[in-house]
Design a protein around this ligand. Sequence first.
Ligand SMILES: [Zn+2]
Length: 120
Amino acid sequence: MSTKNKKIIIVSGLVLVFLIVLLIAIPSFVPSRTTTSKLSCRNQLLMLNNAVSKWAEAEAATNGTEITIEQVRPYFPGYVRGDVRCPDGGKYRLVVGQTPQCSLDGPLHSCPNAESPIRP
Ligand SMILES: [Zn+2]
């Protein structure tokens, strides 16, 4: 067997192993990506909750005042860039004195504080 043939066999073996690894790995990535995007809604609601509290304190706003994401944007953590929106297409509603709400239902689309309030 020539050296060229040995190289071809080794390369095809490596490609085959790579394809098998891909077939095993791809299905396990798909569900985790979905979970991450839904968790991201909860995380954004939690971040919005903190931003609304800081904005309301700075502006001396009264409870029940409905505000926009742009109004509270200066109070976002520095790592937040670009749009803040539900990854699944829900709309956020921000009202001073209430936890932020996503228009989609379910525990993954509600602010963590709303379900388990922090007790002193
Ligand atoms: Zn949502």
